[in-house]
Design a protein around this ligand. Structure first.
Ligand code: ATP
Length: 365
């Protein structure tokens, strides 16, 4: 990566006796869209506030645009933050809200007016809204005003703290699409905190998964989804099937992977870290719901088969989700099939399901 616009290294943050961040490092490239995800309380918002300058750092170093940010107040940083609770000024009009950061920076009136109108256009807000007050706008419109206010001073980095969590599903989808487009058009770096993993996968170039004040994995959405660092990440991102497996070493330094629960031959897998899989601890294959299907007959070459009973199905429109109870597995196997007019199996039916173990991902606990 070229010189990152944000370079946070080994950040520790204590709130009194509570350690919220245990040495977190993060790089954000110019124009990159980064999502911070993780369970409630893992430190996402704390990290975002540190980048914005609303919280100081207990230990570690933060550079933005190559400058040490120690002692640099929020307003003097090239970052702007959009909060979960919008923090629009209720007694200022839309125009005054959006123009406020420019007024603080003593821009002249004509330039403020010009930029406010340009932001309104960019955010697809009706020009008639300029004189309205926030309470006279819908939730989605208020969110756009908050975004416009954050972007009006052309920040190098936009920091977003769950900006869409209060919106209904449909509005959320349309704002997500707009946010992605906006990011592409502006070339500004975005750092988004979200609970919504689908949102992170949809929007971000890079996803940082946090747990209890630490970074667990940083990677592209496909990395995180198909090559998770461990079972925590795998289970956190999307629906997951874990099939317990037995692993032994081959003479050639690979791994033989098999399972007494399936019909099918053990397979030989390569791994960059063979010793990790030969030690103690449980091993499992991670199989995503879209990688499993019903089988009409015996498993083909390279396929593993499980038999079970359909517990439930959910028609989602473009796809149908099946849950199949398999003896020996704690949780039902989740399968996502392309939607079809006729259902392939009914509740209570005994079924054969299959997948290719070589296309699954081997994990150790
Ligand atoms: P959520 O998804 O629920 O918003 P989060 O991942 O953003 O959570 P943070 O808000 O960063 O988590 O909080 C991290 C930890 O620090 C939590 O244990 C929280 O209770 C604690 N914490 C956050 N702010 C403060 C504060 N001002 N004083 C004391 N502890 C705090």
């Amino acid at each position: 990566m070229a010189t990152p616009i944000i370079d946070a290294s080994h950040i520790v943050k204590d709130y009194g006796r509570v350690r919220a961040l245990h040495g977190v490092s993060l790089e954000v490239g110019a124009g990159e869209f980064v999502a911070l995800v993780g369970p409630s309380g893992c430190g996402k918002t704390t990290l975002l506030k540190i980048l914005a300058g609303f919280e100081d750092i207990t230990e570690g170093r933060l550079e933005i645009e190559g400058k040490d940010m120690r002692g640099v107040p929020a307003a003097s940083r090239p970052t702007r933050m959009v909060f979960q609770k919008l923090a629009l000024f209720p007694h200022k009009t839309v125009a005054q809200n959006i123009g406020f950061p420019l007024k603080l920076q003593k821009f002249d009136r004509a330039e403020i007016d010009r930029r406010v109108v340009a932001m309104l256009e960019l955010m697809h807000l009706n020009p008639d809204y300029l004189d309205r007050f926030p309470a006279q706008l819908s939730g989605g419109e208020q969110q756009r005003v908050a975004l416009a206010r954050a972007l009006v001073s052309h920040p190098g980095v936009l920091l977003l703290d769950e900006p869409m969590s209060a919106l209904d599903a449909k509005l959320k989808k349309s704002l997500q699409a707009e946010l992605k487009k906006l990011h592409r058009e502006l070339g500004t770096s975005f750092v988004l905190v979200t609970h919504d993993l689908e949102e992170a996968m949809m929007l971000a170039d890079k996803i940082c998964v946090m747990r209890a004040g630490r970074m667990v994995q940083i990677g592209t959405p496909t990395d995180i989804y198909y090559r998770p660092a461990n079972m925590f990440v795998a289970g956190f991102i999307g629906e997951t099937n874990f099939l317990p497996v037995d692993v032994s070493g081959t003479l050639e330094g690979g791994l033989t992977v098999g399972s007494p629960l399936v019909a099918g031959q053990p397979v030989v897998m390569e791994s960059g870290n063979v010793s990790e899989f030969l030690g103690e601890g449980n091993k499992a294959l991670l199989i995503r719901p879209e990688s499993i299907g019903f089988l009409a007959g015996e498993p083909g070459p390279g396929q593993w088969m499980l038999t079970g009973v359909v517990e439930e199905y959910f028609i989602k429109g473009s796809s149908t989700q099946y849950r199949v109870r398999v003896a020996g597995l704690d949780a039902p196997v989740v399968m996502d099939l392309p939607g079809s007019f006729e259902l392939p199996a009914q509740v209570g039916e005994e079924v054969r399901i299959g997948f290719e173990p070589m296309r699954a991902f081997l994990l150790s606990e």
